[in-house]
Ligand binder design. Structure first.
Ligand SMILES: Cc1ncc(COP(=O)(O)O)c(C=O)c1O
Length: 289
């Protein structure tokens, strides 16, 4: 592979819009040549420690021999086939492991291509669930909205943006075009603090007042990640599960950042001993491959 030249870097600066950067006054980028373990090696020989593991995806480190071997082995057979009407052993094996690892009630897997798309799919599933159930019951379906908590982050696509915090969720300028959902205040009681029941008061009120309109409650269990790494009380999550059961609302746990032991337990929901109805996974599941 040829090395990156000054011409390449100025092309990058003029033509490539990097995530969360300005297009009109773009910052210069650090040219990377390789990565190993926690370290990213730059063109000039300097090394960076990637303390955020590539936005929390590379949990086993870069250039991991087992992951590399698996990727090479697979690409020599087929890089990809569509999933409509056909299946293959790697997909079946992945789904089998996910069904085994996740709580007992979660026994169906839908594969998506990113965390944001997983959230889109989860929202669609919840809405479709009520559509089908109400049709089966011969009733009109009124459950088209979502309930979520402030300070959350669920991705950058439109459905996901609509349940991110309207102010610090980075999507404020899109407010006018996003579907409007219900927002409860962010949990206040910290992970190890004494539980204060009043933390759930507004959440309860929203359930009471609007459950006929709400298809699902979506939240990041235990850790609000992009919103500031806020660890909140498992009691909040337990209460949220109870309210979902009491008011016939589905619970979507966005474990895209927390899944696969990122909060200490295998899944953040395990801290509260609860199981969601739909769980979104991402990031660590790829190991960055
Ligand atoms: C909790 C949560 N949900 C969803 C996403 C979106 O995932 P992706 O960047 O793969 O679209 C993120 C990304 O940071 C996340 O932290």
């Amino acid at each position: 592979m040829t090395s990156i030249t000054q011409t390449d870097l100025s092309f990058d600066q003029q033509h490539i819009w990097h995530p969360y950067s300005s297009m009109i006054s773009p910052p210069s980028m650090y040219p990377v040549v390789s990565a190993e373990g926690v370290r990213i090696k730059l063109e000039d020989g300097r090394e960076l420690i990637d303390g955020m593991a590539s936005w929390w995806s590379v949990i086993h480190g870069y250039n991991h021999p087992e992951l590399n071997q698996a990727a090479h082995g697979q690409i020599d057979k087929m890089s990809h086939v569509m999933f409509g009407g056909i299946t293959h052993q790697p997909a079946i094996e992945l789904a089998r492991q996910l069904v085994e690892m996740t709580p007992e009630n979660l026994d169906k897997v839908f594969l998506a291509d990113s965390g944001s798309v997983a959230v889109e799919v989860a929202i669609k599933m919840a809405i479709q669930y009520w559509h089908a159930r109400r049709a089966h019951e011969g009733k009109a379906n009124t459950k088209h909205k979502l309930l979520t908590i402030r300070n959350g982050y669920h991705g950058d696509t439109f459905g996901a943006m609509s349940v991110c915090d309207p102010v610090n969720g980075m999507h404020e300028i899109f407010t006018e075009v996003l579907p409007q959902h219900f927002f409860a205040p962010a949990p206040r009681t910290g992970f190890n603090e004494d539980w204060d029941e009043s933390d759930c008061a507004e959440l309860k009120r929203l359930f009471e007042a609007h459950h006929e309109e709400i298809a699902a409650l979506i939240l990041e269990p235990i850790v609000q990640g992009a919103g500031g790494m806020r660890f909140y009380s498992p009691e909040y999550l337990k209460t949220a599960r109870q309210l979902c059961d009491e008011y016939d609302v589905l619970l979507i746990a966005d474990e895209i950042a927390t899944g696969f032991a990122r909060s200490g337990a295998l899944f953040a929901c395990d801290h509260a001993g609860i199981a969601p109805d739909i769980m979104c996974l991402g990031k660590a599941i790829t190991g960055g491959i």
